[in-house]
Design a protein. Structure first.
Length: 117
Protein backbone atom coordinates (compact mmCIF):
# COMPACT_ATOMS: atom_id res chain seq x y z
CA UNK A 1 0.00 0.00 0.00
CA UNK A 2 1.33 3.41 -0.98
CA UNK A 3 0.82 6.90 0.28
CA UNK A 4 -2.11 9.13 -0.59
CA UNK A 5 -1.58 12.85 -0.99
CA UNK A 6 -4.20 15.58 -1.33
CA UNK A 7 -3.84 18.96 -3.02
CA UNK A 8 -5.95 21.34 -0.95
CA UNK A 9 -6.65 25.03 -0.64
CA UNK A 10 -6.27 26.26 2.93
CA UNK A 11 -8.07 29.53 3.68
CA UNK A 12 -7.60 31.89 6.58
CA UNK A 13 -9.00 35.36 7.35
CA UNK A 14 -6.03 37.09 5.63
CA UNK A 15 -4.78 34.79 2.90
CA UNK A 16 -5.15 31.41 1.25
CA UNK A 17 -2.55 28.86 0.21
CA UNK A 18 -2.39 25.83 -2.08
CA UNK A 19 -0.75 22.92 -0.36
CA UNK A 20 -0.15 19.22 -0.79
CA UNK A 21 -0.58 17.11 2.33
CA UNK A 22 0.03 13.47 3.07
CA UNK A 23 -3.30 11.87 4.07
CA UNK A 24 -2.97 10.15 7.47
CA UNK A 25 -6.06 8.24 8.58
CA UNK A 26 -4.29 7.54 11.88
CA UNK A 27 -4.20 11.25 12.68
CA UNK A 28 -7.37 12.77 14.08
CA UNK A 29 -6.53 16.35 13.05
CA UNK A 30 -4.81 18.09 10.15
CA UNK A 31 -1.30 19.31 10.98
CA UNK A 32 0.00 22.39 9.14
CA UNK A 33 3.07 24.53 9.68
CA UNK A 34 2.54 27.05 12.47
CA UNK A 35 4.28 29.66 10.31
CA UNK A 36 1.85 29.16 7.41
CA UNK A 37 -1.24 29.18 9.64
CA UNK A 38 -0.17 32.47 11.23
CA UNK A 39 0.56 33.99 7.80
CA UNK A 40 -2.97 33.05 6.69
CA UNK A 41 -4.34 34.85 9.75
CA UNK A 42 -5.41 31.73 11.62
CA UNK A 43 -5.10 32.11 15.39
CA UNK A 44 -4.91 29.40 18.03
CA UNK A 45 -8.14 28.88 19.95
CA UNK A 46 -6.81 26.38 22.50
CA UNK A 47 -4.12 23.75 23.11
CA UNK A 48 -4.29 19.96 22.90
CA UNK A 49 -2.05 17.17 24.11
CA UNK A 50 -0.97 14.47 21.67
CA UNK A 51 0.92 11.19 21.89
CA UNK A 52 3.16 10.26 18.96
CA UNK A 53 3.49 6.80 17.48
CA UNK A 54 6.79 6.54 19.39
CA UNK A 55 4.99 7.30 22.66
CA UNK A 56 6.29 10.87 23.06
CA UNK A 57 3.90 13.44 24.51
CA UNK A 58 3.42 16.82 22.81
CA UNK A 59 1.28 19.86 23.34
CA UNK A 60 0.36 22.05 20.38
CA UNK A 61 -1.98 24.98 19.71
CA UNK A 62 -5.05 24.26 17.59
CA UNK A 63 -7.34 26.50 15.56
CA UNK A 64 -9.83 26.30 12.73
CA UNK A 65 -9.33 26.74 8.99
CA UNK A 66 -11.42 26.38 5.86
CA UNK A 67 -10.14 23.50 3.73
CA UNK A 68 -11.19 23.10 0.08
CA UNK A 69 -10.73 19.95 -1.97
CA UNK A 70 -12.18 19.38 -5.46
CA UNK A 71 -14.77 22.12 -5.06
CA UNK A 72 -15.97 21.01 -1.61
CA UNK A 73 -15.11 23.02 1.50
CA UNK A 74 -15.40 22.51 5.24
CA UNK A 75 -14.18 24.13 8.44
CA UNK A 76 -11.66 21.85 10.11
CA UNK A 77 -9.52 21.78 13.24
CA UNK A 78 -5.86 22.37 12.40
CA UNK A 79 -2.84 21.78 14.61
CA UNK A 80 -0.08 24.41 14.61
CA UNK A 81 2.79 22.10 13.64
CA UNK A 82 6.39 22.73 14.64
CA UNK A 83 9.14 22.44 12.00
CA UNK A 84 9.94 18.90 13.25
CA UNK A 85 6.29 17.76 12.89
CA UNK A 86 4.93 16.12 9.74
CA UNK A 87 2.22 18.08 7.91
CA UNK A 88 -0.75 15.76 7.27
CA UNK A 89 -4.45 15.79 6.45
CA UNK A 90 -6.25 14.01 9.26
CA UNK A 91 -9.40 11.93 9.39
CA UNK A 92 -11.70 14.67 10.73
CA UNK A 93 -10.95 16.79 7.64
CA UNK A 94 -11.78 13.78 5.47
CA UNK A 95 -15.05 13.25 7.32
CA UNK A 96 -15.96 16.95 7.24
CA UNK A 97 -15.38 16.99 3.48
CA UNK A 98 -17.25 13.70 2.97
CA UNK A 99 -14.16 11.89 1.68
CA UNK A 100 -12.47 8.53 2.12
CA UNK A 101 -9.18 7.05 0.95
CA UNK A 102 -9.20 4.77 -2.10
CA UNK A 103 -6.18 2.61 -1.22
CA UNK A 104 -6.07 0.93 -4.64
CA UNK A 105 -5.77 4.18 -6.57
CA UNK A 106 -4.03 6.10 -3.76
CA UNK A 107 -6.55 8.93 -4.14
CA UNK A 108 -9.45 10.44 -2.23
CA UNK A 109 -13.02 9.74 -3.27
CA UNK A 110 -16.48 10.83 -2.19
CA UNK A 111 -17.63 8.66 0.73
CA UNK A 112 -21.06 7.09 0.68
CA UNK A 113 -23.30 8.35 3.44
CA UNK A 114 -25.46 5.89 5.34
CA UNK A 115 -28.76 6.85 6.87
CA UNK A 116 -29.31 5.64 10.43
CA UNK A 117 -32.79 4.29 9.78
Amino acid sequence: MGMTKAKILLKGPREKSDLELLVDTGSLYTWVSEELLKRLGISPTSHRKFTTIEGRHLERPIGEALIEYNGESAHCVVVFAHPSDVNVMGVTALENLGLEVDPTRETLRRAESLAAF
